[in-house]
Ligand binder design. Structure first.
Ligand code: GLA
Length: 731
């Protein structure tokens, strides 16, 4: 009798447990994402927004919002499956080994692991009640930076292969009155062109199907404002991005409740993935930060996070450099190059960067039509090899760096002749070129070895090599892999396996060369994302170095990436004076791509001084807080401020961006940000052109309060189109 009673009690307890809703609050210092199971034990998102001070009150949220609709399925699912109850856009779609297409995911358990004082990792196990398929959702929170990173891991124990058709990284749910999306389009030399749209019912998609150089037309970065358009200092806004260097798809689905579903991940287009039993598929990370105080705060949080946790050597230093791409293009030899080293030294930069054109012999790299793949020094141009150049640069007092594009091949190359099976191409169709070249098949481990070898060889032969510019200039046409064919794997894995192959190579490079700075370049900014930036110290913003264009481009990039990662070069692309070009390049990682000996005396003197100013300010620019004071998209000028963390140094860059007569608005003062109200500051204009005088009073002492309440007028005009102000605490 007692035994029966005990059993009854146990059943009762178990039943209670099942009926009880599981609540999972996932929090940073400011924000919370709250998950809750429903009566069928499916996990949904019941809240996203500002964190509540009393965790227990999250329990009431479910009652405040009515989510479930018997007909429409569950919109707020935390990882919506397909083929069963869900009729909205799924996050997860698979084909079982037996050909069945249905899936369901129910909550099993979750774990919270405290990684350190700032980081928690929450993992939640979901299982299909019928098929042995499981998905573990990971949420990594960075409390202080208010950043959340999420991804999923998919696994099964079916008898045979399961085909993953859609495998998103994140599936979020937002409740607001309206949703405003700030997103981007672009092309070569026109990266990061912003567009704003109010989301309407249905699905808005941001995506790429280019394979490599995946961000050429669209990056995986966006801003989402809730209720109304957020401004720099006001409004609810989420900055989001997918950390993946290949095809992506980000869907914003406004559902029939006027709520917003976000599904972000690898683009399922032509990317079905075969998963063997017990094998794990880990999706890329979706990274977001949310602020109720506008875009500026959100972006500063993202910067702090990136520098501390993501970007390679994000809290470290960077090298200023002189690049020879625009100075010489393919037309150089040893003598010409070594003569440029002196220019680098005269200017005062740290390094000389040798660009494209130094390699290949049978089909010399004298234009972009030949030679890619043959990574041996061209004997005619460089009879004494790279080693000689490194030595000569050292003698001239500068470091030496080099350009490579190891993922690619020109059909006019020995590599192509020898290893046709390493090339991505449809064997039965005409080849289609992008910049006269084709991508190599990085899904093939032999090709991975080759690409690693290109770099390893350079370093083995030239251990003093100080820098790599890693380029990637073609997209994937004719997505076909001879390797996958040989391995009897589906061709649809190529897009994913290419990127995984790339990361394997970069992993190996970083295991052997953990510190050497590398620039991520892709025919300009065709590949910028937070997975690649684990391995790179910086990225090439765009081949377009016109300073006016750059003000806008750098402005938009800066929301997502700290400026220490942005390579800005002063070139002859535009006819604008060197001061304007220099001032704009200074708002990031500064470099040059000019022939120094062609600068006149004043230009050289100006540049040398500017580099000295940069040396004095770079810590503040690279590691300080960035404030966008005047938006050039809405005004005839731009103003950007950096303040160091101690608030004792700041620099404000101001530019005239539209040269119309009588610009009254420019006469107003600009309110500064980020200073200490109680500190006293002095302002001086720097980067003055030789013999010109500043109109700024350098003797006046201001309180931080004054500068942030009343502001200062940089005195921008058609005669003063670019004004840089350095602000220092007076002690
Ligand atoms: C790409 C890069 C340029 C330069 C050339 C060299 O276009 O973006 O900076 O390196 O390749 O071919």
């Amino acid at each position: 009798m007692r035994k029966i009673l005990l059993l009854l009690l146990l059943f009762h307890a178990l039943f209670q447990l099942r009926a009880q809703r599981i609540n999972i609050p996932i929090e940073t210092n400011q924000n919370a994402l709250v998950l809750q199971t429903d009566k069928d034990n499916r996990l949904g998102i019941i809240y996203f927004g500002k964190k509540l001070s009393q965790t227990a009150e999250y329990l009431n949220i479910g009652k405040a919002y009515k989510y479930n609709d018997e007909n429409a399925g569950i919109y707020n699912g935390v990882y919506t499956p397909s083929g069963t109850f869900n009729l909205a856009e799924p996050a997860f779609e698979i084909l079982h080994a037996d050909g069945n297409t249905s899936s369901d995911l129910k909550y099993i358990n979750h774990q919270v692991v405290k990684i350190d004082e700032n980081i928690n990792q929450i993992s939640i196990l979901l299982k299909d009640p019928i098929y042995p398929v499981e998905v573990t959702l990971y949420f990594k929170t960075y409390a202080k930076q208010n950043v959340m990173e999420q991804w999923s891991v998919i696994k099964h124990q079916e008898k045979g292969t399961v085909t993953l058709k859609k495998y998103a990284s994140a599936n979020l749910y937002f409740v607001a009155k309206d949703y405003y999306l700030h997103h981007y389009h672009g092309g070569w030399a026109k990266e990061m062109k912003p567009e704003d749209t109010k989301l309407t019912a249905g699905i808005k998609t941001l995506d790429s199907k280019l394979g490599t150089r995946a961000n050429l037309f669209q990056p995986p970065t966006f801003m989402l404002s809730f209720d109304r358009q957020a401004t720099e200092d006001d409004g609810k806004v989420l900055l989001g991005t997918l950390a993946w260097s290949g095809n992506f798809k980000i869907d914003f689905e406004k559902d029939s409740y006027q709520n917003l579903r976000l599904i972000a991940g690898i683009n399922p287009h032509a990317s079905e993935y075969a998963l063997a039993a017990n094998e794990e598929f880990k999706t890329p990370s979706f990274i977001q930060t949310y602020s109720e105080n506008g875009k500026g705060e959100a972006s500063r949080n993202m910067h702090d996070w990136a520098r501390k946790y993501r970007l390679l050597d994000g809290e470290g230093s960077r090298l200023t450099l002189l690049n020879n791409w625009e100075a010489t293009y393919f037309n150089f030899d040893e003598t010409k190059l070594t003569s440029l080293f002196k220019g680098a030294k005269d200017l005062g930069v740290d390094m000389f960067l040798l660009d494209d054109g130094w390699f290949a012999n049978k089909y010399p790299r004298n234009s972009d039509a030949a030679g890619l793949g043959d990574w041996q020094e061209n004997k005619k141009k460089l009879p004494n090899g790279i080693g000689y150049l490194v030595k000569e640069a050292t003698k001239a007092g500068v470091k030496f760096g080099i350009w490579i594009e190891p993922e690619m091949v020109n059909p006019k190359s020995e590599l192509y002749e020898k290893h046709l099976d390493w090339v991505i191409r449809e064997p039965n169709r005409p080849e289609i070129y992008f910049r006269n070249q084709l991508p190599l098949d990085l899904s093939n481990p032999e090709v991975q070895n080759f690409v690693f070898g290109v770099l390893d060889d350079l370093f083995t032969k030239n251990p003093e090599l100080a820098f790599i510019k890693w380029d990637c200039n073609a997209v994937v046409y004719n997505a076909h892999s001879m390797y996958l064919e040989r391995m009897k794997k589906p061709q649809t894995q190529l897009y994913v396996d290419y990127v995984k192959g790339l990361y394997k190579i970069l992993e190996r490079i970083r295991a052997k060369y953990p510190k050497v700075p590398m620039m991520l370049c892709s025919g300009g900014g065709g590949r910028v994302d937070y997975e690649a930036l684990k391995y790179f110290t910086e990225f090439w913003v765009s081949d377009n170095t016109d300073p006016l264009e750059r003000i806008f481009m750098q402005w938009e990039y800066s929301y997502y990436y700290p400026v220490i990662a942005q390579c800005n070069h002063i070139t002859d692309w535009s006819k604008v004076g060197i001061k304007f070009r220099t001032d704009v390049a200074m708002m990031g990682k500064m470099g040059y791509d000019i022939v120094v000996s062609k600068l006149d005396e004043k230009e050289l003197e100006f540049s040398q001084n500017a580099l000295k100013n940069y040396a004095n300010l770079k810590e503040t620019i690279w590691h300080g807080d960035m404030y966008r004071l005047v938006n050039p998209f809405e005004n005839q000028m731009a103003s950007v401020q950096f303040v160091n963390k101690n608030k004792d140094q700041s620099v404000v860059f101001n530019y005239l961006t539209e040269n119309r007569y009588d610009l009254v608005s420019l006469l107003k003062g600009i309110k500064l940000s980020g200073l200490d109200t109680k500190k006293k500051y002095k302002i001086k204009e720097i980067n003055l052109y030789p013999n010109s005088k500043s109109t700024i009073n350098t003797e006046q002492i201001y309180s931080g309060e004054y500068l942030m309440t009343i502001g200062i007028n940089p005195d921008i005009s058609s005669r003063r189109t670019s004004v840089v102000l350095e602000i220092n605490e007076v002690k």
